[in-house]
Design a protein. Structure first.
Length: 255
């Protein structure tokens, strides 16, 4: 490998599937195409997205305290400039002007794009400051998908994910680059197969025992001390104790 300038670090992490973040406040519906998003938790189901304060969507989400993620098919790639290149602040009704239709989510009434292949309604639970963007964390309260999502997995027979590769750089005209695979190679690989199986089983067993230690402890400090001794006896690194206790506390809090 060769060293890469940190100015282009973002581009190195692409391609990604962007989401259209939609929200409404004071009767104004808007949204933005966001590449910086992730799932943050299983239980509760939390999704996170980075939004700069300057974005009109920042105002819509922070004021309304609810928003939606929309996954769009590559079929709509020519409409992306409306969603990613202009602001609702200066280009009113940009989503409908792009040719999309707005419907309402059944749970929160959040604006959702009718043409989306999938959508998630989220209630805002936290905003975390992070450099020049803030991380908006939302709890999913309802999710919707087209028929191509079946048995908990995309079949990818009809849905062609829209992938974003980044922008070209100046000087010269700037282009956003989108793509989608023409065909899909599918390969199923057994989880923790072969000699990985025992290691996987041990991880589960160790965590179960640590959860039990924490359950019986009268304080976090006591739990950390007991877990530290347990790790030493198990041939594991004792300085992992606090992190594992924190994980156990979170798991117990979910029950």
């Amino acid at each position: 490998m060769r060293k890469v300038d940190l100015e282009v670090l973002e581009r190195m992490l692409y391609p990604v599937v962007p989401v259209l973040v939609t929200a409404e406040y004071n009767g104004r519906v808007g949204g933005m195409l966001a590449a910086w998003w992730m799932q943050a938790s299983f239980e509760p189901p939390l999704l996170a997205v980075a939004i700069a304060p300057e974005r009109y969507t920042y105002k819509l989400v922070s004021k309304s305290r609810k928003f939606a993620f929309n996954l769009l098919d590559y079929h709509y790639v020519d409409r992306m400039p409306y969603l990613g290149d202009v602001s609702e602040r200066f280009y009113k009704n940009k989503i409908t002007r792009a040719g999309f239709h707005i419907i309402r989510g059944e749970a929160l009434g959040v604006p959702i794009v009718a043409e989306a292949s999938a959508a998630v309604e989220l209630k805002l639970v936290d905003i975390v400051k992070a450099g020049d963007h803030d991380i908006f964390i939302g709890e999913a309260v309802a999710a919707y998908a087209v028929e191509d999502f079946e048995n908990g997995m995309w079949r990818l027979q009809e849905y062609k994910p829209l992938l974003y590769l980044g922008r070209t750089r100046r000087p010269g005209p700037v282009y956003r680059v989108y793509l989608t695979p023409k065909g899909w190679e599918r390969r199923e690989i057994e989880f923790a197969r072969g000699d990985l199986k025992e290691a996987s089983k041990r991880r589960i067993k160790v965590m179960e025992e640590i959860v039990e230690i924490v359950r019986q402890a009268s304080s976090k400090e006591e739990a950390v001390e007991h877990v530290r001794r347990y790790l030493v006896e198990s041939g594991l690194e004792e300085d992992d104790a606090e992190l594992l206790v924190d994980e156990a506390i979170r798991r117990l809090g979910r029950k």
